[in-house]
Design a protein around this ligand. Structure first.
Ligand code: URA
Length: 189
């Protein structure tokens, strides 16, 4: 499937009830050739209105986090487990994740990232390990079929609980080191 075909399919998708209530499907943003893929949970209010991931308060913090390690949206790709907003920002249901995850898998197959960063426990439980414990396992590296993966706290969690920020800074520095090792070109362009 090409990017255009995939995006078209997502725009038309009614595979789960979230399709009925969305304002906009939130496909993803960034560099389609990136070596680094960030995966969040699902669109919030602002994302639903604007059709772009991480543009609300959590997104502003994500941009700061990227900047701390010399990244920005032109150097990475950012997507979510589900592409339509769950009502009242509740966690996406398993059935909704099941209905949507194929699109993210297709995006991942096109991007071929070397590094995947899960933002928060919902993404980590879906992508790294169904029993993932974010408090204990954030910042740890996992090899999944040759792709290096880790999870960090979701920026919304860091907004709610700033005491988690110092450990997240260490996780980001570990990510930066991994990028220097596996994708030095990311920092040259
Ligand atoms: N939270 C997410 O997980 N994804 C977004 O796109 C915005 C907020």
């Amino acid at each position: 499937m090409t990017w255009e075909e995939l995006e078209q399919k997502c725009h038309q998708c009614l595979n789960c009830p979230l399709g009925e209530t969305r304002t906009n499907m939130v496909f993803g943003v960034g560099n389609r050739q990136a070596d680094i893929l960030f995966i969040g949970e699902g669109p919030g209010e602002q994302e639903d209105l604007q059709g772009e991931p991480f543009v609300g308060p959590a997104g502003k913090l994500l941009d700061v986090m990227l900047e701390l390690i010399d990244l920005d949206r032109t150097k990475v790709y950012i997507a979510n487990i589900v592409k339509c907003r769950p009502p009242n920002n509740r966690d996406p249901l398993n059935a909704e994740q099941d209905a949507c995850i194929g699109y993210l898998r297709a995006q991942t197959a096109l991007i071929k990232p070397k590094i995947i960063v899960c933002l928060g426990r919902i993404a980590a439980m879906r992508i790294i390990d169904k029993d993932f414990r974010i408090t204990r396992q954030h910042g740890q590296w996992f090899d999944r079929a040759g792709v290096q993966m880790m999870a960090i706290y979701h920026p919304s969690a860091l907004l709610r609980d700033p005491t988690k920020r110092p450990e997240t800074f260490l996780d980001l520095k570990s990510l930066q080191a991994k990028i220097r090792e596996l994708s030095p070109d990311t920092y040259l362009t």
